[in-house]
Design a protein around this ligand. Structure first.
Ligand code: NAD
Length: 488
């Protein structure tokens, strides 16, 4: 890993894209909108700003590439080779991409380089390798018939993603969609357009035919809405807030009933029982889970549910860890927490801190900020009815709640409109299984948090969304089942 001064020097010489990537080339100009780095409030560059006309252009390119271009007609092995080439190029451009992510949204460079880029590279590699290993079905049926159940590419995918993991989350949509034979229009968040544009360029460099992967910048209510309502889009794959997820269901209803897949918000519970195998590790993981990526994590274990007998011991250990965390310049490889993505987002998070105090929760540590840098924050004595316990904060703010009976812990854990993830810490195998079964969440971690790889699906229950990213299950989003019945 490079040192701080090397990253600072590299940041000065970064070559950043400023136009949309449509039909295999740079498109659009004009004044555009500024990309402001939360690191220092400076404008990094301006990027082209799409209205309905640019979305039309991108959808038309993706439509042509799907309806008459080579991509859906290539053999899966050939498609896989291009995805593998994309993984190689991501690896080659890893430093430039990590730096871009850090500058545009503020995550520490070590996390951008080691975690975000690793995830993006692995995703393209995994779907590249999977592309030619899929089979269709021929069910045993009537003796005078042959039935085929095949999966076909679903068409043009509109992918709209947030800023907290700009490349990972884009890859989780783009790689399986391309592997399935779809074409894509990707709209990144207005807070993180640059890394997505580089991904678009890199796809063309890897050999994607024109129009197969288009990247268009713009704000949600204009460009995002135009994509959501577009009659030329067959599938919408969205990651973002639950509030905006509702808009996408409306866009589909008000247009062509396109398929809508939603990966939305969370308020995930993390239950620590007195028989946890290692309470220090459980507390350290709870702290890491909520403060990693500045708490800007859909899966953040933001509700720590801890048994009353060990509550003080665990809370104290989390508070200690919060005090030790190195908050600072995200270009310093020793930094563990960078700035929040914007001053507007900081204000939203601070509002939760103020309300938490007003509602009577006890602030154990944190709550102060310098510019966009918020200190890791822990509240205890949180009641289930408080906003701190109910609403997604999307910042480094932990709420500690206590319980005495296991059933109450499960009930507390499920007492949320969300259902994205959950954790449970226990040494008892039966308790682990019983609690995991009882939790209404798309992922349950036992004696760990935020672990996993590409083999397992990821997504939410309840108002955390539908459908799954990652694993072979993600292909269900980007394919349609067809039955062919042949009378013999
Ligand atoms: P957001 O919902 O505000 O924005 C997400 C995307 O939607 C952006 O590209 C934005 O431009 C676009 N958008 C905004 N308003 C729109 C509109 N009216 N019409 C069309 N598009 C619109 O979310 P965010 O602030 O970028 O990200 C934070 C949210 O994302 C949190 O709620 C977090 O939990 C969620 N998230 C979920 C997952 C998951 O996998 N479940 C992963 C990461 C983040």
């Amino acid at each position: 890993m490079r040192d701080h001064s090397e990253w600072l020097a590299l940041a000065k010489d970064l070559d950043l894209p400023t136009q949309h990537h449509i039909d295999g080339r740079a498109e659009g100009g004009g004044q555009g909108f500024p990309v402001v780095s939360p690191r220092d409030g400076q404008v990094i560059t301006h990027v082209a700003d799409a209205g309905a006309a640019e979305i039309d252009l991108a959808v038309a390119a993706a439509r042509r590439a799907f309806d008459s271009g080579p991509w859906p007609r290539l053999s899966p092995a050939d498609r896989g080779r291009i995805l593998l080439r994309m993984a190689e190029l991501l690896e080659q451009q890893r430093e430039q991409l990590a730096l871009t992510v850090t500058l545009e949204m503020g995550k520490p460079i070590t996390d951008a380089h080691d975690i975000e880029l690793r995830a993006a590279i692995n995703t393209f590699r995994w779907y590249g390798q999977l592309a030619d290993k899929l089979t269709d079905e021929s069910p045993h049926t009537a003796p005078d018939a042959l039935a085929l159940v095949t999966r076909e590419p679903a068409g043009v995918v509109g992918a709209v993603v947030p800023w907290n993991f700009p490349l990972t989350l884009a890859s989780w949509k783009v790689a399986p969609a391309l592997a399935a034979g779809c074409t894509v229009v990707l709209k990144p968040s207005e807070s993180s357009p640059l890394s997505a544009l580089l991904l678009g360029q890199l796809g063309t460099e890897a050999g994607l035919p024109p129009g197969v992967l288009n990247v268009v910048n713009g704000d949600g209510p204009t460009a995002g809405q135009a994509l959501g309502l577009h009659p030329g889009v067959d599938v919408l794959a969205f990651t973002g807030s639950t509030a905006v997820g509702r808009h996408f269901l409306r866009y589909a209803a008000d247009s062509n009933l396109k398929r809508v897949w939603l990966e939305l918000g969370g308020k995930s519970p993390n239950i620590i029982l007195p028989d946890a195998p290692d309470l220090e590790r459980a507390a350290a993981t709870a702290a890491w889970g909520i403060f990693f990526n500045q708490g800007e994590m859909c899966t953040a274990p933001s509700r720590l549910l801890v048994h009353a007998d060990i509550a003080e011991q665990v809370t104290e250990a989390v508070v200690r860890r919060a005090r030790e965390l190195r908050v600072g310049d995200p270009l310093d490889p020793a930094t563990e927490m960078g700035p929040l993505v914007s001053s507007a987002h900081l204000d939203r998070v601070l509002d939760h801190v103020t309300t938490g105090q007003a509602e009577g929760a006890r602030l154990r540590v944190g709550g102060e900020h310098r510019e966009n840098f918020l200190q890791p924050t822990v509240f205890d004595q949180v009641d289930p009815g408080m906003r701190l316990a109910r609403e997604e904060i999307f910042g480094p703010v932990l709420s500690v709640l206590t319980f005495t009976e296991l059933d109450d812990a499960v009930q507390l854990a499920n007492n949320t409109e969300y259902g994205l993830a959950a954790g449970v810490w226990t040494s008892d195998l039966s308790t682990a299984h019983k609690v995991a079964r009882a939790l209404r969440a798309g992922t349950v971690w036992v004696n760990c948090y935020e672990e996993g790889d590409l083999t397992v699906p990821f997504g939410g229950m309840k108002q955390s969304g539908n459908g799954r990213d990652k694993s072979a299950h993600a292909l269900a989003k980007y394919t349609e089942l067809k039955t062919t019945w042949i009378q013999l």
